[in-house]
Design a protein around this ligand. Structure first.
Ligand code: ADE
Ligand code: ZN
Length: 339
């Protein structure tokens, strides 16, 4: 693992009440489940867990995604099996609240329907973990049977929201603005990936068209100070995944110490930190905190502020949000941290 911590930092991060608001269930696939499926093929840890490994492109990442995930996520039961381990892991790391997504079109390739998958994921979560589940879809998924599924998912009671993901360079199509608006009318929360592989203009387009208040990644906003100011003024939060950005060689992230999260945080943007696809980056949420502390000079107080941002943006009733924020404040007091 590239990031380790001395025992005091390790304990601090583990005990810090926190959130994970950007986690793809397929990209978190527990390796032990793949090994159980095919002990020969998965005898050795994947090459992409090597410390120095960098993806050549997002397309290469997507190819590996297909190779490792499509063989596993073939039923609601499998989603439940994976979710039990993944969400248990979040809980052990001190997460009180998790937002996870699953790739919606996968439903068209299995016998189980969407609500059954949602139920399997929810039933597998640690009982005290606050869990919100999102359906993820790509820019060009509103076609053929994908279209019916997208319309249908807006009616699923167990679905908390929708997220736009996948290759960012595929142009934004007209259907998205309409579906995103109707999703909100149906009580679903909406977010979108942007500013990972495309620049600030695409982020502005997504903000204008989809009217989201949360962007997944969004790190390339730093390339335009006006976009950064817009995020601050409009209170748009970024769910950032620093180790993912490093391994996918996102523009501006040649090393962790160059990661724009420092600049965005200092400019007053609400940022959270998350693990994105821990199976493909070999990361754990705790390591995102270690990276910020060790390579970007975030103090313990600042790490606690970032954890607090997670509770600020969480889809929680106000009394529940307050109780998590109080728990975080009590933890900071016990640690002797003052803002
Ligand atoms: N789906 C899974 N991981 C993703 C990422 N980092 N960017 C866009 N879509 C994704
Ligand atoms: Zn993502």
């Amino acid at each position: 693992m590239p990031y380790s911590a001395d025992s005091s930092l390790e304990t601090f991060v583990r005990e810090l009440p926190k959130t994970e608001t950007h986690l793809h269930m397929e990209g978190a696939c527990p390796f032990e489940l793949l090994q159980k499926l095919n002990p020969v093929k998965y005898a050795k840890p994947p090459l992409f867990w090597d410390d120095g490994f960098r993806y050549e492109s997002f397309d290469q990442f997507m190819e590996l995604y297909g190779e490792y995930c499509s063989v596993f996520f073939t039923s609601a039961n499998r989603y439940g099996e994976a979710a039990g381990i993944v969400l248990g892991n979040c809980w052990e790391q001190g997460c009180r609240y998790v937002e996870t997504s699953f790739h919606l079109p996968v439903i068209n390739f299995m016998e189980d329907d969407g609500p059954t998958v949602l139920e399997a994921i929810r039933d597998a979560a640690p009982p005290e973990l606050e869990l919100r589940i999102f359906a993820g879809m790509c820019h060009n998924d509103y076609a053929d049977e994908g279209k019916d599924l997208i319309e249908e998912c807006l009616t699923w009671e167990g679905l908390d929201g929708i997220d736009l993901h996948g290759p960012e360079y595929i142009p934004l199509e007209l259907w998205t603005a309409d579906v995103w608006a109707r999703a909100r009318q149906a009580g679903k929360f909406t977010k979108a990936h942007a500013g990972e592989f495309m620049g600030p203009d695409f982020m502005e387009l997504v903000l204008d068209e989809l009217k989201v208040t949360r962007i997944e990644h969004g790190v390339r906003s730093v390339e335009n100070p006006e976009t950064v100011q817009r995020l601050v003024n409009d209170k748009v939060a970024l769910d950032i995944c620093p180790i993912s950005n490093l391994k996918l060689v996102v523009q501006g992230v040649a090393s962790m110490s160059a990661h724009p999260i420092r600049q965005l945080f200092d400019a007053g943007v609400t940022v959270t930190i998350n693990s994105d696809d821990p199976f493909f980056f070999g990361n754990r949420l705790s390591e995102e905190y270690y990276a910020l502390h060790q390579d970007l000079g975030f103090t313990l107080v600042e790490l606690a502020q970032i954890a607090g941002n997670g509770f600020d943006v969480a889809l929680l009733e106000e009394n529940k949000r307050e109780s998590f924020q109080n728990e975080l404040a009590d933890f900071c007091n016990e640690e002797g941290l003052t803002a």
